[in-house]
Design a protein around this ligand. Structure first.
Ligand code: PGA
Length: 249
């Protein structure tokens, strides 16, 4: 049985002092032993958030990293820094990074390989635009993203990874994919992993849905056979995140 994983993606929100306040507000609300709970926070909030989350079930993740260990890359943050700070998860290839910061499937692949080298678990984002959905190429597009993302990744590493399926048209729009749409793509992603690796790897890897997840949509989404939790943006900054984490209570 795969354990559910529900991650907040704070994006570019919360100053360090606000981050501590938010962790303190949410920590009694996000207790659910059936779920791995992760808060992916801005780089500057990582250390105070880890401090504030000590002794709780909350794990702190990063929203991005570079694909080198160290060096002359002004402004970037390395996986060694994240690992040393106590980070376990890192979002890789969010559609906002692809759109505004020129990330490509190739850099996503390099980052995934580097994350594993440092013992970090990547939360690997994929998703189609509205135009691609209307063109009927959603599954082809997602399969291509997955195949490039997992190049040179071993089966053992892949089994430990998390994939977040996030249709771009559903992010921050309040327009959540239907349960059937989300399940269809998550099932196709699992089939693609089985094709690249084997049935065991596909059965083990965890696949999240993301895009306008709310307390009202979470219960139906997260019980689908191929949806193992969610990546939650806007609603992860509010007490409602507690309801999302406790979708099964
Ligand atoms: P949203 O963001 O929940 O605000 O739509 C999800 C995400 O971008 O990860």
């Amino acid at each position: 049985m795969r354990k559910k994983i529900i991650a907040g993606n704070w994006k570019m929100n919360m100053t360090p002092s606000k981050a501590v306040e938010l962790v303190n507000t949410l920590k009694p609300l996000v207790v659910n032993e059936d779920v791995d709970v992760v808060f992916c926070v801005p780089a500057i909030d990582i250390i105070p958030a880890i401090e504030a989350a000590k002794g709780t079930n909350i794990q702190i993740g990063a929203e991005n990293m570079y694909f080198k260990d160290s060096g002359a890359y002004t402004g970037e943050i390395s996986p060694a820094m994240l690992a040393d700070a106590g980070v376990k998860y890192v979002i890789i290839g969010h559609s906002e990074r692809r759109e505004y910061f020129a990330e490509t499937d190739e850099t996503v692949n390099l980052k995934i390989l580097k994350a594993f080298e440092h013992g970090l678990t990547p939360i690997i984002c994929c998703g189609e635009s509205l135009k691609q959905r209307e063109q009927g190429i959603t599954l082809d597009w997602i399969r291509m993203q997955i195949k490039i993302a997992f190049q040179n990744v071993t089966a053992e590493q892949a089994a430990s990874a998390v994939i977040a399926y996030e249709p771009i048209w559903a992010i921050g729009t309040g327009k959540v994919a239907t349960t059937a749409q989300a399940e269809e793509v998550c099932a196709a992603i699992r089939a693609c992993i089985a094709e690249i690796y084997d049935a065991d790897t596909a059965e083990t890897i965890r696949i999240q849905y993301g895009g306008s997840v709310s307390a009202s949509s979470a219960p139906e989404l997260f019980v689908q056979p191929n949806i193992d939790g969610g990546l939650v943006g806007g609603a992860s900054l509010k007490p409602d995140f507690g309801k999302i984490v406790n979708y099964n209570k």
